[in-house]
Design a protein around this ligand. Sequence first.
Ligand code: MTE
Ligand code: HPA
Ligand code: MOS
Length: 778
Amino acid sequence: MNHPVAPELAAAWTAVGLPRKHESAELHVLGQATYTDDILEVQGTLHAALGLSAKAHAKFSTIDLTAVRASRGVVAVYTAGDIPGTNDCGPIIHDDPIFADGLVQYVGQPLFVVVADTHDNARRAARLAKVDYDELPAVLTPQAARAAQSYVLPPMKLARGDAQAAFERAPHRVQGELHVGGQEQFYLEGQIAYAIPKEGSGMLVQCSTQHPSEMQHVVAHALGLHSHHVTVECRRMGGGFGGKESQSALWCAASAIAAHKLKRPVKLRADRDDDMLVTGKRHCFHYLYEVGYDDSGKIVAAKVDMVSRAGYSADLSGPVATRAVCHFDNTYYLSDVDIRAACGKTNTQSNTAFRGFGGPQGAIAIEYVIDDIARNLGKDALDIRKLNFYGKTDHNVTPYGQIVVDNVIHELVAQLEESSEYRARRTAIAQFNAGSPVLKKGLALTPVKFGIAFNVTHLNQAGALVHVYVDGSVLVNHGGTEMGQGINTKVMQCVAHELGVDFARVRVSATDTSKVANTSATAASTGADLNGKAAQDAARQIRDRLAAFAATKHGGAAADVRFADDIVYVNGMEIDFPQLVQQAYLARVQLWSDGFYATPGLHWDPKTMTGNPFSYFAYGAAVSEVVVDTLTGEWKLLRAGVLYDAGNSLNPAIDIGQVEGAFIQGMGWLTTEELWWNAGGKLMTHAPSTYKIPAISDCPEDFRVQLFKNRNVADSIHRSKAVGEPPLLLPFSVFFAIRDAVAAVGDNTVNPPLNAPATCEEILKAVCAVQAQAAHKA
Ligand code: MTE
Ligand code: HPA
Ligand code: MOS
């Protein structure tokens, strides 16, 4: 296409790359941003709550709802048998009932929805059901699932070369196991759906979701209707973090079923404890590894067998495991590898997407191994890391066959090593530790490489709708959803850039399935990449029409018309943008357009687990310094430095915010956030009283976050790179700094058996193990 903005002007004028504040920043801080629960309620609105299973695995034939029905304010109760369509809300494999039917598979599984006049009355009534459970044995851990060969999907395998032979030949070997815990999404706004019946079986569902189109499908199926009957709308979420990619479905379906039956609006807002008891989380992983290496520390063979806690159903566990397999390499070239992953079927919540989507779980295993190797060889782990990095022109093919063409990890790590004074601090810490028997300091610098795109190729598409109104204001609708990550701000910048107008002229409206159809989830960090491109496409079509019209009316060539500074430059004249729009309208020029984008160059063969699943890689590195009290296991992050490759950042202010947020969130995953189920399979850490997310006091006083100067090699939106998930892997550096400090207890001669989360208890256990082993050696 021949676009009219002359290159020199496009270069001089820009709406992208500026550190704009979030488009809703004022509304957020003033408490005026509308979340689903803030939407003014329609007259006649009722409130719902879910009745939950008390058993981890049991058959049941009837539910006695007498007391529920008799409870104050109750209007109706619906169970599986009342669902007009299909009793299913599973995203890929249809093994997720909306309401349990004869079989419960975890404590917290929904059995029914009760509808009452108020939220409190619904919740009170929900507890009064009597169920005769016929208990079955429950599988509660991924290791137990592995032992029982109980999986939600067939196990997967990716191999290159002959890892077993290379392992046997290797000069040195390390074998071990590792457990990395799961994580609750802990979005500040819980799950919520508000279903409003419309004429002729229509249903409007306003909800908090990362995936409006999927919610539309699920509601249509549950009600036995077509997609065109159902409209799903989401203005914003108070956080999603993957927890609202598929698992908003249950809440949408339950509220819509009740609303459909009663012909009244029904709101279902999860209480925090219910939310945590019902919904899936990040998968915990258990690993067995065997790695061979040479005297220098170069890895010559790597075998890993991972099993995740999928929970009772498949949900997104398959794609999560796939991403774990495709991120085991992280930044390292592994010639001979054998990577296996299985999704353990357990009688617990069905685990789901969480920022990083298996990527963090894949990559942390190889980092653990490298940490082992370094200690075994008496070397600095950073040197072992660098030695194993992907090459720029050779040793640059991933185990799944994608060539790494954009490798910047060498220069990125070199820059951070220098700016963080890594070597000097290493020496200073060694000195400190030599003179400090109880408090031990630790330091670690860890790299990240993260593939951007959905592994499933067809999901990499997006649409947008751009309207230019006669007054020159611009309304954008795109298929992405706003969860605080700033997608709307970035898309507005892209549209303002194309039309050459002030940012203030552009507004984004709520995501709405009746405006843009068949959207993908806002996930895999691709939201701005995909929807920015789609909105750019729409805006360009309008701009092209305006340029053609301007040249016809005012002379000159359409190709010479320029849009910049909120002005249209045509044939030596300067016309205000609204003025040209007004003229174009009168001349009957179409002033709105759709736009579409499909990421090129992607392919993936799930059978062989090979292909080109990613559009490009985002890179980063972080260095963390901690101090650990070896008598109590308490610790503090003293300082953290981060360098992240956001390409040509669309918005450095938002991107730095994303990096900081992901870093702290990932630190919580690896340190304080511990999910704990009792012997009966009940999640006991189902509230902030027992589940510890990081607080402001856990953030390092010295926290230096910078963006690495780079330009995406791939033709991404304005050559930017995604930022949503990859920085979640940066706090590996915190975990390995803790492990480094614990190792100091044994003079760095013993590999501390530290699992994640490295809670104070876990740290103390590792300290004791190191002391015992060091004493044994001596
Ligand atoms: N940032 C905020 N503030 N809230 C969120 O829920 N979700 C993360 C990340 N950053 C999230 C967030 C996840 S899991 C993803 S996949 C991306 O944002 C999605 O948005 P994007 O693709 O537009 O970056
Ligand atoms: N990330 C997030 N969600 C997804 C993915 C992914 O890679 N694949 C399918 N759903
Ligand atoms: Mo993010 S886990 O891909 O929603």
